[in-house]
Design a protein around this ligand. Structure first.
Ligand code: ADP
Length: 535
């Protein structure tokens, strides 16, 4: 039963929990108020009895005085006053009798108390106190004392009547009157301790009632506070515990641990939140897994492609080295004889012979350049040492070498604050030469080339940028251009061997760096490369 109430409370919505707590508190406070009201009412009734007892004994004393006076004066007015005082005690007597019946008569009792000069406002409370507590030890004793006092009062009244009769008897006998008067003292002496007993037991009862009321109030107040505290602690701990679970799981998920599930302690909003969080985490885990798989396969593909490209480059390098060596020899012979023919036999040639000879000379020159490029490419980094190089100086040399094409194209080349770094000087010069050369070569028909070279320090190295406003490169070709012999244009459009950028890549890698390009076709290109400060 207990656990089912707890279970029910745990699982109801938080708003209902709060309403329930406040409702229970309100109910208990109402109970506390009812107890308080009842206690004050009862104590007030006890006070009314104590006051009533005062009036009762005073009326009895006043009655006695009037009776003695009447014995002396024989004045009927004094006797009437005696009877008036005795009505007070008779009123209380009437009330007691009405309440002692098996079926108490409330109206008569109320009337009796009012005749006993008690306040009208107190009469109901006095009736209720009598009925509720007459079995209580103290109240019972007080009622017994009251009953005895009433009996004595009856005797006193009868004595008064006998005295009245004797005074009015003919013939009048002073002796008989004196005999009656002598009965007064013993009666009075009997009455006083009875009234004291009534007053005393009522006082005791009042004190007992006070302590009962205090205890009752304390118990109710304690129950209110305790219940409120327990309910508040239960609700707040339930919320705290549930939220903590969700927080810990959220932190775990944040750190990539999806195995930590938030425990749902209840089916209220917090429990529902924990369950929703768990299913969200499960979905995230699934997504993460799928992502990881996609990434892995992508990485694998990239690695595969890179290694394919590298091995392709290696093969081509090998081929270039061998071919250039083997080609150089016959080429020298051809160009030697072409020179000889041009110098010695030019005038003997007929028709278009000299034009064909020019073609031959031009073609062999191009081939020489190609073979030189190939040899340079295959020799990179061999037999040389790295040393401190000032890039500004390197750029000065490069621009001087490219002076002719810069002038012809009207190019604007700017560079500033380039670093001094540790590098292979010849290779570094070749790198800038290729990039700036390309920027001039692949210029836009409608504008003069604008080229800027800059560098920024980045981590343990430098990041260089060579920027132009040329024809640009399609996005899908941005990787391809770094592979040897990959040209995007045929020779009738732009002169070139397709070695330049592959050469650049090799130089950058020699310096432990990376090279890549970004471009907007028709707008221009940006070539980036990094260089380690130490390699
Ligand atoms: P090439 O001898 O043709 O210049 P590269 O290896 O230097 O060979 O360049 C490869 C290809 O990349 C070029 O054929 C060209 O199509 C493209 N390219 C290189 N640099 C640029 C540039 N600055 N702007 C536009 N295209 C470029």
């Amino acid at each position: 039963m207990k656990s089912s109430v707890f279970g029910w409370f745990k699982n109801i919505p938080i708003a209902k929990k709060l309403y329930f707590t406040v409702g229970i508190m309100a109910l208990l406070i109402v109970v506390e108020l009812v107890v308080l009201f009842f206690s004050i009412h009862t104590l007030s009734s006890v006070r009314a009895y104590v006051g009533g007892e005062g009036l009762y004994s005073k009326a009895q004393k006043d009655g006695l005085y009037q009776l003695l006076k009447y014995a002396r004066t024989h004045d009927e007015l004094d006797y009437a006053k005696f009877q008036g005082f005795m009505k007070v005690t008779q009123g209380d007597h009437k009330a007691r009798m009405a309440l002692s019946k098996p079926e108490p008569n409330f109206d008569e009792a109320r009337q009796g108390f009012i005749e006993g000069r008690n306040d009208k406002e107190d009469a109901d409370g006095m009736v209720q106190l009598f009925l509720r507590f007459h079995a209580n030890e103290y109240i019972h004793r007080a009622i017994v004392a009251w009953t005895k006092a009433d009996e004595t009062i009856m005797s006193f009244l009868a004595l008064g009547e006998r005295l009245h009769k004797e005074i009015n008897a003919t013939p009048y006998s002073q002796e008989r009157v004196n005999a009656i008067l002598e009965e007064i003292d013993p009666l009075n002496e009997r009455l006083t301790p009875q009234e004291d007993e009534f007053s005393f037991t009522l006082g005791e009862g009042s004190r007992w009632l006070e302590s009962v009321v205090l205890r009752l109030l304390f118990i109710v107040a304690f129950t209110v506070e305790f219940t409120g505290l327990i309910l508040a602690i239960t609700v707040s701990r339930g919320i705290q515990k549930g939220l903590r679970e969700i927080l810990l799981s959220a932190q775990a998920v944040g750190n990539g641990d999806f195995s930590r599930k938030a425990r749902a302690y209840s089916t209220d909003e917090i429990g529902t939140l924990a369950n929703s969080f768990n299913s969200m985490a499960a979905k995230l885990e699934l997504l993460e897994k799928e992502n990881r798989e996609v990434n892995n396969s992508l990485e694998k593909k990239v690695r595969q492609r890179t290694s394919e490209m590298e091995s392709k480059n290696k093969e081509l390098e090998q081929f270039a080295y061998v071919a250039s060596h083997d080609l150089l020899e016959p080429l020298r012979t051809i160009s030697g004889f072409v020179d000889l023919l041009q110098k010695e036999y030019k005038e003997k040639l007929r028709g278009n012979g000299d034009i064909y000879l020019n073609y031959l000379s031009h073609a062999s020159d191009r081939m020489k350049v190609l073979i030189k490029d190939l040899l340079d490419y295959s020799r990179i980094g061999r037999e040389k040492a790295a040393m401190p190089v000032d890039c500004d100086e390197v750029l000065d040399e490069v621009l001087a070498d490219l002076g002719k094409s810069i002038r012809e194209s009207g190019a604007m080349v700017t560079y500033q604050n380039l670093p001094a770094l540790y590098a292979y000087p010849t290779e570094l010069k070749l790198l800038f030469q290729n990039l700036i050369g390309n920027a001039i070569k692949f210029r836009h028909k409608e504008r003069s080339p604008e080229i800027s070279v800059s560098a920024t320090s980045e981590g343990n190295g430098w990041k260089f940028e060579v920027c132009d406003n040329g024809i640009g490169i399609e996005k899908q070709n941005l990787d391809r251009i770094f592979i040897i012999f990959q040209r995007l244009h045929n020779r009738t459009q732009y002169e070139g061997s397709g070695i330049g950028l592959a050469h650049c890549k090799k130089i950058v890698e020699l310096h432990d760096g990376k090279i890549w390009a970004e471009s907007e076709p028709g707008q221009g290109s940006r070539f980036y490369f990094t260089m380690s400060k130490e390699f």
